[in-house]
Design a protein around this ligand. Structure first.
Ligand code: 5GP
Length: 219
């Protein structure tokens, strides 16, 4: 005889999505972590930023970034289309607001790969929706090794990023969670646990009032 759980539809409680920010110095493994998370988490979508930095080989416009010129970027700022924006390594980066708002309202979570400046702006404007994680590399030597492997960047860019890493790391205490990325699987397990717990926050489960009312009414 089939048990009750196999014959009824799954119960879903509506929820508002959250803004899941991952920041780190370049080379801490953030891109690898983001890709793996997106593969494993069907309810997580990536925010695609606009940037004035030149496209790297292999990058796809509209997928990795929206590559725009400085004038277009300024127009986006003036039309208030960006949730946050900042200058990083001499180029401008910003998050288009509309796709984020649509995803959150549909109960999807949005993953952001943005720096501490952008995270601060979101914290000021949308604290309740924000969950922020700072990823630390296990050591300077490992950070350097990972940066040197990224062959597409010229040596002076790599050197500048090493110098910036320490400055970026100085903002660690502004984040909700800190993940030391020594082992990829362990980091992913930790980050997935954070996501699971944050999704269960009472305030994010917007359908709870109705659901509990129906439970109590015996429906
Ligand atoms: P990259 O040029 O290597 O793709 O990114 C350089 C830095 O810019 C990274 O630290 C990344 O987190 C940050 N970044 C990328 N997109 C945005 C954005 O939309 N806003 C902000 N504030 N930072 C961004």
């Amino acid at each position: 005889m089939p048990n009750a759980s196999s014959t009824r539809l799954p119960v879903r409680i509506d929820r508002r999505g959250l803004m899941f920010v991952l920041s780190s110095p370049s080379g801490a493994g953030k891109t690898t972590i983001s890709r793996a998370l997106l593969e494993r988490e069907p309810e997580l979508v990536m925010s695609v930023s606009a940037t004035t930095r030149p496209r790297r080989p292999g990058e796809v416009d509209g997928q990795d970034y929206f590559f725009v010129d400085p004038q277009n970027f300024n127009e986006m700022i003036n039309r208030r289309e960006l949730l946050e924006h900042a200058k990083v390594f001499g180029n401008y980066y910003g998050t288009p607001s509309r796709p984020v708002e649509q995803a959150l309202a549909a109960g999807k979570d949005v993953l952001f790969d943005i720096d501490w400046q952008g995270t601060q702006q979101i914290a000021q404007n949308a604290r309740d929706d924000l969950v922020s994680i700072f990823i630390l590399p296990p050591s300077v030597a490992e950070l350097e090794r990972r940066l040197n492997r990224r062959a597409s960047d010229p040596a002076d860019v790599v050197a500048a990023r090493m110098a910036k890493a320490s400055e970026e790391i100085s903002h660690w205490a502004e984040y909700d969670y800190i993940v030391l990325n020594d082992n990829l699987e362990a980091s992913l397990a930790g980050i997935s646990a954070i996501l699971a717990a944050e999704r269960l926050k009472r305030t994010r489960q917007t359908g709870l009032v109705d659901f509990v009312k129906r439970l109590r009414d015996g429906q």
